[in-house]
Design a protein around this ligand. Structure first.
Ligand SMILES: [Zn+2]
Length: 306
């Protein structure tokens, strides 16, 4: 089916107490692995490309891959910009057919973040496209952050309420203890802070940096407004691990397809696990989304799939 926007998808997730996985994709095998899992799991899915992915694959190429995968799929697929850090990047993605945008002004002063987010929201809403914004800052593990720095950067509930009212953003990425690009799931989220934010801000909330978060903490967060969970590092780890193992197992082979098919399968299994954990598996029915009362979380926490 054609791409859909994230507006209805995230609203259904918020009301149904599940979360939609937003999986980062840089190449064809990742796109296929993610969408194949969504089709088999009967799950809505968000494929997101970062500015780095756009530099790697090219904007039109990245968009075309996701559009093609969506057209072949019979579950709803969103093409989302992950961490667009300026107005122009958002406009370019809007023009390229993205069905969900993100302006990340989290490193800017509050008023500047409000001003640019509002501009992006204005132009995107004219085209019927929703916008994710970020307040507080989800830091980068590669910058060597300390626990104190993570706490200092957390979202303040009162500011979040004012920010959402003034900008009209459709979803909000919050900093509640996760850090980008962590390779082990060690972090616990500040659920009390999340509850406060969720009471004051009624739109869907977004968790970034999930690869470093304990799975029981992720599941708890879904009960308090987290409706979109970004997954990137874990997919890259699975892709690269499978590739290395495949090459090591058959060093004489020169056909890259024989290696990359292993990576594609590895990505698919991680996505499948996350969809079951987030409760998005089985949410797509012939008539749309299930009613809110029928969520079943079928994954085991913290590990390989049954
Ligand atoms: Zn992020």
């Amino acid at each position: 089916m054609p791409l859909v926007t994230s507006k209805e998808m995230l609203q259904a997730a918020l009301e149904g107490h599940f979360a939609v996985g937003a999986f980062n994709a840089n190449n064809m095998e990742q796109v296929q692995g993610i969408v194949d899992a969504a089709v088999e799991e009967r799950s809505p899915v968000i494929l997101q490309v970062s500015q780095g992915a756009i530099r790697y694959a090219g904007l039109e190429f990245a968009a075309a891959m996701v559009k093609t995968a969506a057209a072949e799929a019979d579950v709803p697929v969103v093409l989302h910009l992950d961490h667009g850090t300026d107005f122009d990047q958002n406009v370019r993605c809007l023009r390229a057919g993205f069905t969900s945008l993100m302006f990340d002004g989290s490193k800017r002063p509050f008023e500047e973040n409000v001003a640019i987010t509002s501009q992006v929201v204005h132009i995107a809403h004219v085209c019927g496209i929703p916008v994710e914004a970020e307040l507080g800052c989800v830091l980068q593990s590669t910058d060597g952050v300390t626990y104190e720095e993570v706490c200092d950067a957390m979202t303040k509930p009162g500011e979040a309420k004012e920010f959402v009212e003034r900008t009209g953003c459709d979803s909000l990425a919050v900093a509640i203890g996760s850090v980008h690009a962590m390779r082990e799931a060690e972090a616990e989220l500040n659920i009390e802070l999340l509850k406060e934010i969720h009471q004051m801000v009624k739109i869907p909330l977004v968790l970034h940096g999930s690869s470093g978060v304990k799975e029981e903490s992720e599941v708890e967060a879904i009960q308090y407004g987290i409706a979109k969970i970004n997954v990137a590092t874990m997919l890259n780890q699975a892709f690269t691990r499978a590739l290395k193992e495949a090459i090591a197992a058959d060093p004489e082979n020169v056909d890259p397809r024989k290696f990359l098919i292993k990576s594609r399968d590895a990505v698919k299994e991680v996505v499948r696990h996350k969809m079951r954990l987030f409760g998005s598996s089985g949410q797509v029915t012939a008539s749309g989304y299930k009613s809110p009362k029928t969520v079943h979380r079928t994954a085991k926490i913290g590990g390989a799939e049954e």
